[in-house]
Design a protein around this ligand. Structure first.
Ligand SMILES: [Zn+2]
Length: 183
């Protein structure tokens, strides 16, 4: 760490703290900061009061196409795209701000488990970077939704316009303005 500037290190520490606060996995912390694994483990235990969970990162792009996951992921991604145009900073800093705004829109209770957890949101941006997921416009409402390539080959209708029958018991999110294609 001796060749890292003090400012860069403080910035990394702030990013690591926020990532841990939102429940990021160790792999995300190691990818997004230049801090040592040992230091990150210590910080994690201090912030969360326990060791980080072990295991692999989520790897299925299909997860994002289930009706509820797709709506939540699309809200997050639309916020992220909007902030990309107006905010300065590293992509991870813009992601953190987008995630914070997404939680504000999607959580009805303060400690409610979000549908889109932070590590899933982070993985979504990786999948978009490598072309495994893209975004397309719903032919019915004109909203902008994330889709895997096989959905892009057909005319896409979102699950807000044609929700599955099991969706009827779920609370509707106040999302109409957050998915517009022009956002
Ligand atoms: Zn639609």
């Amino acid at each position: 760490m001796c060749d890292t500037s003090i400012i860069a290190r403080i910035r990394d520490e702030k990013i690591a703290m926020e990532l841990i606060h939102f429940g990021a996995r160790m792999q995300v912390l190691e990818y997004e900061t230049s801090l040592s694994r040992r230091w990150l483990l210590k910080l994690y235990k201090e912030v969360k009061g326990c060791s980080p969970p072990k295991g692999m990162l989520p790897f299925s792009a299909d997860w994002y196409m289930s009706w509820e996951q797709n709506i939540h992921s699309s809200i997050f991604y639309n916020i992220y795209r909007y902030l990309q145009k107006s905010e300065y900073g590293r992509p991870v800093e813009i992601m953190l701000k987008a995630y914070w705004l997404y939680l504000g829109q999607s959580q009805t209770e303060p400690n409610e488990k979000p549908v889109l957890e932070l590590t899933r949101a982070w993985t979504l941006l990786r999948f978009i970077d490598c072309g495994m997921i893209n975004h397309t416009v719903c032919r019915s409402c004109g909203g902008n939704f994330i889709t895997t390539p096989e959905y892009m080959r057909q005319t896409f209708t979102c699950s807000l316009c044609f929700p599955p029958s099991r969706a009827s018991k779920k609370t509707t999110l106040p999302v109409s303005g957050m998915l517009s294609a022009s956002a």
